[in-house]
Design a protein around this ligand. Structure first.
Ligand code: SF4
Length: 466
């Protein structure tokens, strides 16, 4: 059965005049942008009187916020809807109505096909139209509906106020992508690059901070291409936007993701030295170390250009922790070309990384190629690459042992009396401290590194024990 993964708002009654407790289950797949959209959909439904539920069986509305990056993404959605169809029929027998909504990038790419193949689905809504969910749900009682337009209106102008939970929050500042990497569906599912205005982003950031958020990650498919209208109407850069957010009282940390190497502007590199809120961590996908493969991917940069860029970023912020994405076995990739990726990784050194075997995404140029790398070769190369990346990650985390680091405490830990948080380098840390420290930054001495987490003690506690 489906796993619960929902969203905002605690149990609330329906709108005034309603004595029905309506419930919504929102499940999200994929990237942080999808997680943000799922939370906003929960906000939209919350404003209509729906309480979030983690039990799909009791949901009056079920939203699947799908991701097209996954292999066989559409087929997986169809099989998940098949399970929901059974649940919908069982609830109908008990006299309960269930609306099934497919949202996200698969909805955008396969809209009409979803309605044609899955009679149980009531609403299909793309990533640019989910602010219209209440209308679409109402309409779905008359006919099944698809909305995968790229509307003229800005959905952000129509979304309700953010309901926040927790100490960290995502904030979408930019959507879409104009880069057209040969393997990627984003330019087709999310459309052209669009940036929100500095004023709109600042207002949302202020609401997040007022709700208890202390660290904001600015997100976008190509976030460092951000060029939203600034206070004077002229386009602001991502660095300029972060300057504007830096004056919000109570905001302690800023991060941003995901970036393209060609959009690392001079002022953004300088921000890593100058903006005290910007954390020393950067996720900067390179995908391959081979110039021929990079060209075939339409990445429009070379391995050496990436190396030079990293050198400049490290000059600005010597302690920066780097993360990246890698695709192994892109069509036509030879063994020497793969070894160029291994060499680039060995030279640069990453604190963390995401690495995948190439698999074709329907509708992308790379999916048309006929020089696929055999599956066994991809598997073997990925194992070698991940072995190197894992060793680098372990070495980076191990090097933190003995250091005193600032940890933003986010939540209670696994055991009573424990809390958990993150270092500036985005490493998870567990330590003993009261829950009252949640939302504050503690000085923590790292004493041990486990497989996925660092363990530390508060510096004040350590001094008292000495
Ligand atoms: S820059 Fe990123 S989002 Fe844009 S096409 Fe390339 S991989 Fe996709």
């Amino acid at each position: 059965m489906l796993q619960a993964r929902a969203s905002s708002s605690g149990g609330r009654r329906g709108p005034p005049g309603s004595d029905t407790l309506k419930k919504a289950f929102v499940k999200s797949y994929g990237c942080q942008m999808n997680a943000y959209d799922a939370a906003r959909m929960a906000d939209v439904l919350g404003a209509q009187g729906y309480a979030a539920t983690e039990s799909v069986e009791e949901a009056d509305v079920v939203v699947l916020n799908t991701c097209h990056i996954r292999e066989k993404a559409a087929e997986k959605v169809f099989s998940e809807v098949g399970r929901l169809r059974v649940l919908k029929a069982e609830r109908a027998q008990a006299g309960l109505d269930t609306r099934i909504v497919v949202a996200g990038c698969v909805a955008q790419a396969e809209g009409r096909e979803i309605l044609a193949r899955t009679p149980a689905v009531d609403v299909v809504v793309g990533p640019q139209s989910y602010h219209r969910l209440p209308e679409l749900l109402a309409e779905s009682h008359k006919r099944r509906v698809v909305d995968t337009e790229f509307p003229i209106e800005d959905k952000f102008d129509h979304l309700p106020a953010r309901r926040t939970q927790g100490v960290t929050g995502f904030l979408t500042v930019q959507e879409g992508c104009d880069k057209f990497c040969a393997f990627c569906v984003v330019p087709y599912t999310r459309g052209a690059e669009v940036s929100r205005s500095v004023a709109a982003i600042r207002a949302e950031a202020e609401a997040l901070v007022a709700g208890g958020v202390r660290e904001i990650t600015l997100i976008g498919q190509n976030v460092n291409a951000y060029h939203g209208a600034g206070g004077d109407g002229a386009p602001a850069s991502l660095a300029g936007l972060m300057d504007a957010l830096g004056t919000i009282p109570g905001l302690l940390r800023l991060r941003y993701t995901t970036s393209h190497p060609n959009d690392m502007a001079d002022d953004l590199i300088a921000a890593h030295a100058d903006n005290p809120l910007l954390m020393p961590y950067l996720h900067l996908p390179v995908q391959s170390g081979s110039d021929r493969v990079l060209q075939a991917m339409n990445r429009r940069h070379t391995g050496d250009a990436y190396r030079r860029l990293i050198a400049r970023i490290r000059e600005a912020r010597p302690d920066i922790a780097l993360s990246s994405d890698f695709i192994v076995g892109f069509p036509g990739e030879t063994e020497p070309e793969f070894e160029e990726t291994m060499r680039l990784v060995a030279e640069i050194g990453f604190a963390s990384a995401f690495s995948f075997k190439y698999s074709p995404r329907p509708g992308t140029p790379a999916a048309e190629r006929e020089d696929a790398v055999p599956e066994a070769v991809k598997t073997e190369r990925l194992a070698r690459l991940q072995g190197l990346l894992d060793a680098q990650r372990h070495a980076f985390n191990q090097s933190t042992v003995g250091q005193v680091v600032d940890v933003l405490i986010e939540k209670t830990g696994r055991h009573p009396g424990q809390v958990a948080g993150k270092t500036p380098h985005l490493q998870a840390v567990q330590l003993d401290a009261p829950a009252s420290t949640i939302g504050t930054i503690l000085a923590v001495r790292i004493v041990r590194y486990g497989s996925n987490s660092l363990f530390g003690e508060r510096v004040a506690d350590a001094a008292a024990a000495a």
